[in-house]
Design a protein around this ligand. Structure first.
Ligand code: GLA
Length: 379
């Protein structure tokens, strides 16, 4: 039998030690999301305040390892970044952009004009009455020029207008619409383009698979384009559930927007695993406690395997759809890193324990991660 000399034994031991320190040989390593989807679309996540300031370092490790695109969950919304007239707070937004640049990520700004998380002053005059149309337009212009201008050339794409159209295709009756009229959308895109002519500009909304809403957005794209206004893409918020929307209706909307020459972005993907309250509308108030318990069934972290399988399978179906349309889909962004951080724990019912994202509360990849990575190898 061949004998090994001490040098050979030391070499073998060294290789074994090196492999265990580095987590195994390359072939044994699990591929990351960003490597798996490279060449297809960006895979992104929203960052919250604790991540942006570096306090949640465990999340940041996942972000750096797995994602190549970021969007701020809250810090660029007008109530945060422009709390009083003439007063901007860029503290978090600056750190957010620095982080993205340091890690070579595609940075999206979110969001310039939105009826929600907007400061009260934006809509009122010095007497407390509704601002005039002229004043509102001036404020929109200042807001957009200042925020977009500050990150010119650094933020590559902006959600310019968020959630302006209703499911039936009508305009949302927001203060922007009431005071400025439907032109507020056009003006917002125009101001954003003036502030950074190179930046991509997007319209972002939820439930865009509703036919009325989908068709109205198609009309909006056409009307902006016919007036020579830049619009590059449609952000489809992906706040989905186990039963809705259907893959078909989601796909129809993707195809409709792509057909107008738009980049399609899945901008806020999360999928609740919890029962949907809407199915319980009309529940007798006296049964509320029981219903609340029923609507929050996995507080101890244990999800029945068949429920987890159902969730995984549906997430896989959606990623399959995104891959099928990878020529049109430019980015898929999760609305948060780990289940611990998700807004779905508090919406539509406060204080629930939901599991809507790709990483668990200990920042470990959930079973679905390997499955969606596997999809990229089957094409
Ligand atoms: C909308 C907004 C997001 C976020 C979610 C809820 O989808 O676009 O910024 O506020 O609601 O977290």
């Amino acid at each position: 039998m061949k004998k090994f000399n001490s040098n050979q034994i030391l070499f073998v031991l060294g290789v074994v030690l090196f492999a265990s320190c580095t987590g195994g040989t390359q072939s044994e390593k699990t591929q990351t999301l960003k490597d798996a989807f490279a060449g297809r679309f960006y895979i992104g996540t929203a960052l919250n305040e604790w991540q942006i300031t570096g306090q949640d370092s465990a999340s940041l490790e996942v972000v750096k390892e797995q994602f190549n695109a970021i969007v701020p969950e809250n810090c660029m919304k007008s109530v945060e970044i422009h709390p009083a007239e003439g007063e901007f707070d860029f503290t978090l937004a600056d750190q957010f952009v620095d982080f993205g640049e340091q890690n070579n990520m595609f940075i999206t700004g979110h969001c310039l004009i939105w009826h929600s998380q907007a400061p009260e002053w934006f809509f009122t005059d010095s007497l407390g009455n509704d601002a005039s149309r002229e004043l509102m337009i001036e404020r929109m212009k200042t807001h957009i020029h200042t925020v977009v201008g500050r990150y010119k050339g650094r933020i590559k794409g902006w959600d310019v207008v968020n959630e302006a159209i209703m499911e039936d295709g009508s305009y949302r009756n927001s203060k922007f619409y009431q005071i400025v009229g439907e032109d507020f959308i056009k003006l917002a895109f125009q101001f954003a383009h003036e502030a950074d002519p190179e930046a991509e500009l997007y319209y972002n909304d939820y439930n865009e698979w509703f036919p009325g809403k989908r068709d109205a957005i198609v009309q909006l794209i056409r009307s902006l384009k016919s007036e020579g206004i830049r619009i590059d893409g449609i952000g489809m918020q992906g706040h989905i559930g186990l039963n809705s929307p259907s893959l078909e209706s989601y796909e129809e909307a993707m195809v409709a927007y792509a057909g107008e020459g738009m980049k399609v972005m899945v901008t806020e993907l999360d999928m609740s695993i919890l029962p949907n309250r809407r199915q319980d509308v009309g529940a007798d108030i006296s049964t509320k406690i029981e219903y609340e318990k029923e609507l929050n069934p996995y507080t101890d972290g244990v999800i029945p395997q068949e429920k987890q399988d159902e969730w995984d399978a549906r997430m896989v179906d959606f990623f399959n759809l995104f891959l099928k349309h990878a020529d049109d889909v430019s980015r898929v962004t999760l609305w948060g890193v780990s289940d611990r951080d998700s807004w779905k724990n508090d919406f539509p019912i406060h204080g629930r324990t939901d599991y809507p994202l790709l990483f668990d509360r200990n920042f470990q990849p959930k079973s679905v991660v390997a499955k969606i990575i596997q999809l990229t190898k089957e094409e």
